[in-house]
Design a protein around this ligand. Structure first.
Ligand code: 7TS
Length: 415
């Protein structure tokens, strides 16, 4: 039996797992909390919270500098996460794993460092219409500085990328293709392996924004063959303020540092400063040590369940949710992609999303409303705001039923 087939057959009691998340068993506005805002930030299991607590109580010291045992211990624990991340996303080496403060920071690092090194006037950066602002604005900023130009892959009426248009945009001036793996606004899962292969044929590098993919499915950066991959700890049961940039070693070795300061140097003098090697040359200053250790603990937690089990569970849940949502009179889905993960967005002609969100909240149901930091794609669908439910493995069909009942209630409110 293959490894995947073996792991899919493992039985996980997801109802039991909910006990790991005490936040879920409280009441909100007098009703049991239904947490459907996982795309914004997922909840943290007690195992990770306890790990953070233990670090703060017994293990805290600065990393990479102390000769003393406590500092060495903190350093070892903090560096252990690098190995865990390497294995989690199947990078070739732990030197390809850079610690950042999150996806936004990771993309800014690549845009600045890669862009400064490689972009010149007339070079082209390809993005898509469904990007989060974090994968738009850093590229616009570096494009302004270097004279590079941004091209945009259109999205069809279902919320899928127009792959034919993408192929036409690619040419020998394309230096970077930066694309979201799973859209936070639509739930679309993009064919990132194919996108990467096509970009490489033109000699362009590829960055994949995996903020909404890594929490929901197995990601293998060697299989995708992408050059950069980014994600955030707080969307995968870990703490805020910490994230990852995977980069292929040949790029990281060539790229200049992004921020200067302690830890990222080799020798410093007023005449000349030389830099540390990757990944450390990209990690200036005292990092969020506890958060880094917390991400390691979150990866342990997710792997203990199994990413294939999580994907299987969530696929069923999201299918159930979409099927029920579609049956509601007057509800229009924004995004009906071929492949979806976690998120489902919808609108009503005569109910504003913020009213929907506020009234659902009164019933203890937490969803996100607004533009989801993805204004271009909302403009594409001609809506100012949507209501988005985003699911995690600890959600249940009961949660979905509560959402549906809630929406029906809000509708009666506006009749
Ligand atoms: N990229 C995508 C696809 C995202 O969904 C987000 C956050 C980011 C980048 C930025 O991540 P950060 O951790 O650096 O902030 N998305 C959302 C969301 O959908 N609702 O709140 C934050």
């Amino acid at each position: 039996m293959s490894q995947t087939a073996k792991s899919i057959s493992k039985h996980v009691n997801f109802d039991q797992l909910r006990k790991d998340f005490p936040v879920l068993s409280q009441k909100m506005n007098g009703n049991p909390l239904v947490y459907l805002d996982n795309a914004a930030s997922s909840q943290m299991p007690v195992q990770v919270a306890d790990r953070l607590d233990h670090y703060h109580r017994y293990e805290h010291a600065n990393v990479h500098r102390g000769i003393h045992t406590l500092s060495q211990r903190a350093t070892d624990e903090y560096e252990e996460t690098r190995k865990k991340v390497q294995h989690f996303i199947n990078a070739k080496s732990q030197d390809e794993i850079i610690y950042t403060s999150g996806t936004t920071d990771s993309i800014n690092l690549v845009a600045n460092s890669f862009g400064t090194l490689y972009f010149k006037k007339g070079d082209e950066i390809i993005l898509s219409e469904m990007e989060h602002h974090a994968n738009i604005v850093p590229w616009q900023m570096i494009a302004q500085r270097t004279g590079a130009v941004i091209k945009v892959i259109p999205v069809d009426d279902n919320g899928d990328l127009d792959m034919e248009a993408y192929k036409k945009l690619l040419n020998s001036n394309t230096k970077m293709v930066a694309i979201v793996h799973v859209s936070n606004a639509l739930g679309t899962v993009n064919p990132v392996k194919e996108i990467t292969g096509l970009a490489h044929e033109q000699g362009a590098a590829v960055l994949i924004d995996g903020a909404q993919a890594v929490p929901h499915k197995t990601v293998d950066v060697q299989d995708l063959d992408c050059d950069f991959y980014t994600f955030s700890a707080h969307k995968m049961c870990g703490p805020t303020g910490f994230g990852i940039l995977f980069g292929k070693k040949e790029y990281l070795d060539a790229m200049p540092p992004y921020r200067g300061g302690g830890d990222m140097i080799d020798k410093v003098s007023f005449e000349e400063t030389t830099y540390n090697v990757a990944p450390f040359k990209f990690e200036a200053g005292t990092p969020p040590i506890a958060a880094g250790i917390g991400l390691g603990s979150a990866i342990d937690y997710l792997q203990n369940i199994g990413m294939d089990q999580i994907a299987e569970r969530e696929e069923k849940l999201v299918d159930y949710a979409v099927n029920r949502l579609k049956m509601i009179d007057g509800l229009k889905m924004i995004g009906t992609p071929k492949k979806r993960a976690s998120a489902a967005s919808f609108v009503f002609d005569d109910i504003h999303a913020s009213d929907m969100g506020t009234l659902l909240d009164k019933r203890g149901i937490a969803v996100r409303t607004g533009h989801h930091c993805a204004q271009p794609i909302l403009r594409r669908f001609n809506v100012p705001a949507t209501t988005r439910a985003s699911l995690s493995f600890y959600n249940t069909t009961d949660d979905v039923d509560r959402l549906i009942d809630g929406i029906e209630y809000v509708k009666t409110f506006f009749e």
